[in-house]
Design a protein around this ligand. Structure first.
Ligand code: ADP
Length: 602
């Protein structure tokens, strides 16, 4: 007798073939040796699987036997029970049919259709069991060699047993090698799946891409029939608002009850750092109760899936979702190595999901800030416009009053003070209007070659009076030929004017201001250096922010709006240029503006 029958529900069929070809070939050769050289009709070699079942890996003998036995799986403890009654034949164990449980008679095995030799004491009976349990060096049962149908119709004698023992030892080694090879192959497969996911999916910043990129590696690497990934909401609940992504893009409909089970189980599984298998052939893991497990199995049955590997997705203490890998009936059971790899992947995908969320949130924040910025720009522009008209009228009336002979003494100096105040307001309003224009991304630049030498000449002319009043030495270093920047003439003029007027304003009497222009590669450089009061390193960090004026009392003493450098920075930015500021408190400042160069129009 060789094996048990398929009526038994714990016997799985068809075979789940895992072993690689060379391992199988070696086992097949040994089985054939037993049939051809040791004189038996059937030999079958099995290996113990992770789910506690013996799987037949190689069968030699009749076609009928091969057809029935190949790939069959039976619980290991069946064999162990029979072995308790067996005679010890070295590596072999023999259970004569008389000792077999009578009621088990029909259930048991592939029973060869032979009659025992009449009368002979050592006649082989169809229900006799001859098997070599194969143990590893630690004494664990790893497989078996089952032998049946002696050609001479007799129970083996001493000489035959010796030969069979040798085959049993060969089978033992071959099974151990095959299992080891399989274990290594599985580790490579798992490592490959994990590496592919880390390489591709975790670099993605959107959940859709993470799922799309990990799908193939997961389904292939885990030999799964399908997968789905559920992410919980940002507030951590797997409610209907959580997303479910399936491997083939189809819609996975989970009932609210199943979603709750998934969420609770994901938390429990993450806490234990365990992936859980839900399968009709196994007890449910600690992350899932029997009742929940039955519900899940019923659902799986509905969708044509037999078992699943459930993995929590998380990062640090946070549980972000779960990954479900499915297998159909007849596929191999999930292994420990697969569960361990799934958990590792749960960490990698968890981090990727967290990154994607942070990115999404940042994206939203940036959009909100941009909207706010646009609103602020509009508000400033509107208010500045609204102030400008009445202010123009105020200034007109002031001018009229000032020219009237009716006002003398105190009244005249009040009028003059009002005029100074109003002019200052006009400056602020003009700066605000310009700032909102250059900060508006919809306000495009009309670019043309702008000769920086001419711009600097004009600006220096305008500041000459102020510079002379302070007896400043203004040194202008211009090349002999034009230096063209690409941009808007008025805006570039404004950059130069602001920098030169600041240099003059913040340099004490008798100091020097140097202005230079040159072409450097594909750029042009405008530099304005002074020997003025300088800027502290703290203030440097804030320079260019709207309305920022330095904390230095010497600087505050000068009239200003704090908008000039903000305008400069915006203009330089929108021209694709760069602004560099070098300064030291008390020893002067150098402002450098790099702008893209333009070739002169021919
Ligand atoms: P404003 O000059 O109208 O105050 P800006 O935006 O042009 O506004 O300049 C901002 C601040 O930067 C100034 O208040 C001043 O403190 C400092 N600053 C600008 N240019 C210089 C400079 N050349 N030397 C020293 N401090 C400067």
């Amino acid at each position: 007798m060789t094996r048990d029958t398929p009526q038994d529900p714990s016997v799985t069929s068809p075979p789940a073939s895992w072993s690689d070809a060379p391992s199988r070939d070696a086992l097949q050769l040994i089985a054939e040796g037993v049939t051809q050289l040791a004189g038996f009709g059937v030999a079958a070699i099995s290996a113990v699987r992770e789910d506690g079942k013996m799987e037949v890996m190689a069968v030699a003998g009749s076609d009928a036997a091969r057809e029935q036995l190949q790939g069959r799986r039976t619980p290991v403890d069946r064999l162990s029970r029979e072995l308790e009654k067996a005679d010890d034949w070295g590596l072999l164990r023999f259970v004569p049919h008389e000792r077999l449980d009578e009621s088990a008679g029909q259930d048991w095995g592939w029973v060869p259709d032979i009659e025992p030799i009449d009368g002979a004491e050592d006649a082989w009976h169809p229900l006799d069991l001859l098997v070599a349990p194969l143990y590893d060096d630690d004494g664990d049962l790893r497989g078996s060699l089952a032998i049946d149908l002696p050609v001479d119709g007799r129970r083996p004698g001493q000489a035959q047993r010796t030969v069979l023992n040798q085959y049993a030892e060969q089978a033992r080694r071959a099974v151990l090698v095959a299992l080891e090879r399989e274990r290594l192959a599985e580790r490579v497969r798992m490592a490959d799946a994990a590496r592919r996911i880390v390489r591709t999916a975790t670099a993605q910043l959107s959940l859709d891409r993470i799922v799309a990129d990990s799908r193939e590696a997961l389904v292939e690497g885990f030999r799964a029939a399908g997968m789905w990934l559920q992410t919980f909401d940002r507030d951590g609940h797997g409610s209907a608002r959580g997303e479910i992504y399936s491997s083939d893009g189809s819609h996975i409909h989970l009932t609210p009850e199943l979603i709750t089970i998934a969420e609770v189980s994901a938390r429990a599984a993450w806490e234990r750092q365990q992936a859980t298998v839900v399968s009709p052939h196994r007890e449910f893991g600690p992350a899932i109760t029997a009742e929940q497990g039955e519900l899940v199995l019923a659902y799986l049955n509905e969708i044509g899936v037999e078992s699943l590997l459930f993995t929590p997705l998380g990062a640090g203490p946070e549980v972000l979702g779960n990954l479900v890998l499915t297998r159909a009936a007849g596929a191999p059971e999930w292994t420990e190595a697969e569960a361990a790899t799934a958990l590792d992947i749960g960490h990698d995908l968890g981090r990727a999901i967290l990154n994607a969320r942070i990115f999404e949130r940042e994206h939203e924040l940036v959009e909100e800030l941009q909207e706010l910025d646009a609103y602020k720009g509009q508000l400033i522009a509107t208010v500045a416009h609204e102030l400008k008209n009445p202010l123009t009228s105020v200034m007109g009336h002031l001018e009229m009053l000032e020219s009237s002979p009716d006002f003398t003494g105190h009244a005249r100096s009040s009028l003059q003070a009002m005029d100074r105040g109003a002019r200052r307001m006009v400056r602020v309003i003009d700066d605000l209007l310009l700032l909102s224009k250059v900060a508006d991304p919809d306000e495009s630049i009309i670019s043309a070659p702008v000769d920086l030498r001419r711009v600097v000449d004009d600006v220096v002319d305008l500041t000459l009076v102020a510079a002379e009043q302070k007896k400043l030495d203004v040194v202008v270093d211009l090349p002999g030929e034009p230096v063209f920047a690409l941009g808007d003439h008025d805006e570039i003029d404004r950059v130069a004017a602001n920098l030169v007027s600041n240099a003059v304003k913040y340099t004490p009497a008798s100091g020097a201001v140097r202005i230079g222009v040159e072409r450097v590669g594909n750029d042009v450089l405008l530099s304005v250096a002074d020997e003025g009061i300088g800027i502290s390193s703290d203030d440097l960090l804030q320079l260019g922010t709207e309305f920022f004026r330095s904390s230095n009392p010497e600087a505050v003493a000068q009239p200003g709006t704090g908008l000039g450098l903000a305008i400069v920075r915006r203009i330089v930015d929108r021209h694709g240029g760069q602004l560099e500021i070098e300064s030291e408190l008390g020893s002067g400042s150098t402002f450098r503006v790099w702008l893209p160069a333009a070739e002169p129009e021919s």
